[in-house]
Design a protein. Sequence first.
Length: 742
Amino acid sequence: MNTSQKPATPMHKRLHDRVQGWLQQGLRVVLSQYVANGLTVALGLVLVMLAIFEASGLAAAATASVGVMITSLPDVPSPRKRKIMQMLPAPLLGAPLFALVQLVRQDEVLLGVVLVAGTFLAMMMMAWGKRGGPICFSLLFSLLFSMAAPPAGSLEHIAQHTGWFLAGSVLYLLWAVLTTHWLNQRFRTQLLAECLSSFAQILRTQAQRFAEQPDHQALLASMLQQQAALADQLQNTRDVVLESPTTPARQRLAAMLLSLLEARDHQLACDLDLDFLLEQGVGTTTLPALQHTLEATADRLEALGMSLLLGRTGHAIEPIADLRLPLAGLLPPHSTPANQLAPEALKLETPDSVALLHNMADRIGHISDEAVKMAALARGDLAPELAAVRTQWQLFVSATTWSWKPLLGVLAWRAPMLRYALRATLAVAAGYVISLHLPWVAHDYWILLTIVVVMRGNLAQTVQRRNARVAGTLLGCGFVMAMLATHPGARTIFLVVALSMGLAHAFALRRYLYTSIAATVSGLLQAHLLLVGVQPTFAVGERLADTLLGALIAWLFSYVLPAWERNQLPGLVRRSVQAQVKHARLALALLGGPQTSDLAWRLARRDAYNSLSDLTLATQRTLAEPRQVRPPLEPLEALQARSYQLLAQLTAVKSLLLLHKPQLDLAVATPALALAAERIAAELSDTAAPPQTTTHPVAGQPYQPRPDPLMAADLTPWLLRRLDLACAMARELRLAMGRALA
């Protein structure tokens, strides 16, 4: 019997574990910041609508609900001090557009001109990236829901409706600022818990690389996708968690976030040399233990995240046991002490296999150390150390000031953002003209609404949203038809509109199908209130036909003025490589003393991760594009793999410098680090010719470990080997970059 094989798990046990996993995942979603934010949106909407309904009647409440909706779109968990500036552009620009549509509503030509100009203006807000996206849709919905209202009979009537629109906007803006302050600590906790769960998934993927006969290429591709998702989550979390960490509770969460970033670095480097060890057949009995350690750490981190979501504090949070000592007992003894390595052991082709295995286990041990530290911080057993973050947290968070620079940067014919704006504007113009000549009673605003929510900046997301929009509209229409058949009162409709809008808000970035269903319900009921009060007049067939037509137009116009990913990839490739060069220079810099800040390196590390994530996501989007415009994927995948591996090598070097500097021979290490940084920069330069050397970067001579009784172990040989590997990987990255840009 092969004792290395795990006993088969009974089917009922597997089913039980799967159900438990689904329940845990469902509970994480319910307790997440997405649902909490959606509930605050729903509660704010229903409070504002009820207040205005009781004061001014149904028509005022219906119009005010549009103001609430467009103001709520940018309401996501964000830094407290910049909340107003994040949300203010929505009502500030949306109210004039709402009034302008009312003014020209009776003239089909003028209305078409306003729609086309307003759509282009709204789409250009996407130039500000993630901050501009919600503002863009706020302006579009201001235009389109103004079309859903009955035509105004006079200027006084228009001014009255615009006033209600502004009243809803202002009241909700105040509500959003208040709830952001009230829920700030909760949002900090939820965002951090989400990152812990995502990192646990990465650790599980990492653990699979230690299994027997793993598919390294598939696992690496999965790892890159998970890292890209985590990079986006981490930036959102930095924005909130690192803002003004002035109280003990905030400082604990900020310290846990920094510890998570350190754990991610160790994870990145923990499978270095794995391929070599598998080829040499070293550690066949130890690798399963490393795999188990990673999986156990992932389980503990997920449990810690769940404890945070459940609101546990202090000793109610379970401590995380240190797995380093049990792991060390399973490792084979060192064959050669690190400070007695022969010169030939420094060469890339003949490393000390057992020592490499110990080194790998040490990195996994560091991940366990950080997990133990995070639990200790959460329990209050360990005081956070955040001197640098307290004084320089602004450097880690995203900018929220509005300037003209992003807009000026996209005013070029080949710019994807400008092409997206023109493409969407042409689609809206075509949809409007077609709606005027349809044989049935078309709801032109519904056709246009479908176009703008389906059409995205790239074909991949457009196709995904097209399918979800059609399915969501069908289900949402069925629900609205059944609901209106019961003749509900105004307050009941207010409640359903609020809940559906909250759900749409909560799942907009998670499950667009749910958002589409909820948005259909809220949109139809809002239009129903604007048009006919609470009388159940609703034609599901016409709405579905309008949806199918709008989705078809959005899909067809995705091929007009296309901005294929292959045209954007060269810029993303160069940006990623430049970020690698900057990161290498700072990662290989020796800090001057214990008080020297490593802030610049941390910022460079963030940029390297983010640029690689953008490249990974762009490569994935090419899979939905036509084959004739799709770039070859193999060079791009190789480039991402080499970038990931270079980051891993540099992370291992930085860990040596930060954790084991006293065990380095600085007389040798300092020039070696400088020369390695120079070589990596030269390798990744478009013009410079890098020196072609094959030995470690210390004047081409083998390093002789110096006898020093004060040193517990001279780790300089390992530093030199890592530098050699980093330089070799930079050379591989340069070759991959050349193939990707060819």
